[in-house]
Design a protein around this ligand. Structure first.
Ligand code: PGA
Length: 243
């Protein structure tokens, strides 16, 4: 069992399995990854985010890898048919949760305000949120990418505070790059990461930014290009879906 401490941690590799796999396939893949990645360097944390029904079956399989969920409800408990509480995710061993993914925004009409509630709920439960932000193709073409991402950050992070061992990941995921094979050029990703880091200064202290927040890139990351993101000092990791 080799689990790097957060102080040493520099980069994240996060797998968003979406709804691609069945129950058995998910467990098999978790086994395979855990065996393949049998040594994780201290400076790297690998998180897998399978579908809800398989999370508790996968948890015992994991030694070096961490477990995350792909979404969570915005209330802690109650009459919310179909929702899954962060509390339950925490109980079954999830350390991370993806929130505000563009597919949730698009298909399930999630608003920044809803995502804001979920982030607070996750932090209260000591589950680290991976908050997705990103512009659409027309927004980028209109030169509004930074404005859109800045507004998402402002709304999603309203009233969010980090203390003690609470951490936060921001995933810059341009909508046009997700699942399209059109990865954002590393220089464009870097410039958005720099913008996000500057924007976060409005909400968090320099200490918090340095020690409690990671900004990662996602969108058509694959075997061929992942190092060009991972190796850059401005990019704290990658969020990988289809690949
Ligand atoms: P992709 O998805 O790697 O398939 O583009 C990334 C994501 O949706 O998180």
């Amino acid at each position: 069992m080799h689990r790097p401490s957060l102080d040493l941690l520099k980069k994240f590799v996060i797998g968003n399995w979406k709804m691609y796999l069945g129950y058995r396939e998910s467990i098999d893949l978790a086994f395979e990854l855990e065996n393949k990645i049998n040594f994780v360097h201290d400076s790297l944390r690998v998180v897998i985010c399978p579908s809800f029904p398989v999370l508790s079956a996968i948890r015992p399989v994991l030694k070096d890898l961490y477990l995350g969920a792909q979404d969570a409800g915005f209330e802690s408990a109650g009459a919310y048919t179909g929702q899954i509480s962060i509390k339950m995710l925490k109980e079954i061993g999830c350390a991370y949760v993806i929130l505000g993914h563009s597919e949730r925004r698009k298909f399930f009409k999630e608003s920044d305000e809803m995502i804001n509630d979920k982030i607070k709920m996750a932090l209260d439960s000591m589950v680290t949120p991976i908050v997705c932000v990103g512009e659409t193709a027309p927004e980028r073409q209109a030169g509004r990418a930074q404005f859109i991402v800045g507004r998402q950050l402002e709304r999603c992070l309203a009233g969010v505070q980090l203390a003690g061992v609470q951490h936060l990941l921001i995933a810059y995921e341009p909508v046009w790059a997700i699942g399209t094979g059109l990865a954002c050029a590393p220089e464009d990703a870097i410039s958005m990461h720099q913008y996000i880091r500057r924007a976060l200064r409005d909400y968090f202290s320099d200490f918090t930014l340095r020690n409690r927040i990671w900004i990662i890139y996602g969108g058509s990351v694959d075997r061929g290009n992942f190092l060009s993101y991972l190796q850059d000092p401005h990019i704290d990791g990658v969020l990988i879906g289809g690949a």
